[in-house]
Design a protein around this ligand. Structure first.
Ligand SMILES: [Zn+2]
Length: 310
């Protein structure tokens, strides 16, 4: 399978339309040590040419149009995209579903609670159900692999499989308190493992805590694309851009003593890559000490267009 990073930034992208932080300002000024990034989005292409998306970013239409392998190839109305797997109900993970409403056969895989939050309280997503044919929603099962309905196995090999890794975290603010009380907390944010032909990768753009289960999946994977949102816990506060810490919004800071870079098990095997990078994060400056420090800790820093063949 081939994994393509269509977008590598956290919510807001880089630059963010209303942000004049140091990074966004330097990028706008043309500093060559910065490159623009769209909001986090993965595509996975399998041997039969079919692709699935991991999450559906607000930039999804532009990201699809910019990727030649996602262009229609067969009939006048066609797409190799056959499904979307969601890691949470966060706006940045789901709003791109509305870009996929053009009556294309689509399978959407989500934890049951994420599906309920979208379908029961956000009626705009009914455009997917009213399409011809309607989107087919699948509840992701707990603690087991599930097949991607539309992806055929390579000859002589088993079909690709996915599974969810619960990561803790919280449901987004737009979910009503009444519904939130009913939803199990461990379905709010998950990582996704995708396996095909003896290879596998993990995608977890939000890691509130590096659980033992996540560490185990990372250590058995050939590639891990993990939460590179913030360098420090107080990054938004010290830049006068917000009142919450990284941890309060579900992201383990990279540089903390118990942060992502210090959690050696996460970079012990395979290819570790930081993704979902907030526009305030100093690692976006390719001349910075922080960029260097992340690389010396063994991590690659994702950019749009990066590809991995597994
Ligand atoms: Zn900014």
């Amino acid at each position: 399978m081939r994994v393509t990073i269509l977008g590598s930034a956290a919510g807001g992208g880089f630059p963010q339309w209303n942000c004049a932080c140091r990074n966004c300002s330097r990028l706008r000024a043309g500093d060559p040590h910065f490159r623009p990034r769209t909001q986090a989005q993965l595509a996975v292409r399998f041997a039969d040419g079919q692709s699935i998306l991991l999450n559906a970013s607000p930039d999804l239409r532009t990201q699809i149009v910019s990727a030649p392998f996602l262009a229609p190839a067969k009939t006048p109305r066609d797409s190799p995209i056959s499904g979307v797997v969601l890691t949470s109900a966060d706006v940045d993970c789901v709003i791109g579903l509305l870009h996929l409403r053009e009556s294309h056969p689509l399978h959407v895989y989500a934890m049951p609670s994420v599906r309920r939050a979208l379908q029961e309280e956000n009626h705009i997503f009914r455009v997917l159900d009213r399409a011809t044919p309607p989107a087919v929603w699948h509840d992701i099962p707990r603690d087991t692999w599930f097949p991607l309905e539309t992806i055929r196995a390579k000859s002589g090999e088993s079909a690709p499989l996915c599974r969810a890794v619960p990561l803790g975290g919280a449901y987004p603010d737009f979910v009503s308190e009444g519904l939130r009380r009913l939803l199990p907390p461990d379905e709010a944010v998950v990582g996704i493992v995708v396996a095909e032909g003896g290879k596998q990768f993990v995608y977890a753009p939000s890691v509130p805590e590096p659980s033992e289960e996540l560490k185990a999946w990372v250590q058995s994977s050939d590639l891990c694309l993990l939460d590179g949102t913030f360098w420090t816990d107080d990054e938004m506060i010290s830049a006068s851009l917000g009142s919450k810490t990284a941890r309060e919004i579900g992201h383990l800071p990279l540089s903390a003593a118990d942060g992502l870079l210090a959690t050696r098990e996460l970079a012990a095997r395979g290819r570790p890559v930081l993704i979902h990078i907030n526009n305030t994060n100093p690692i976006l400056d390719e001349a910075s000490a922080e960029h260097d420090e992340a690389q010396r800790a063994g991590w690659e820093i994702a950019h749009d267009g990066m590809e991995f063949e597994l």
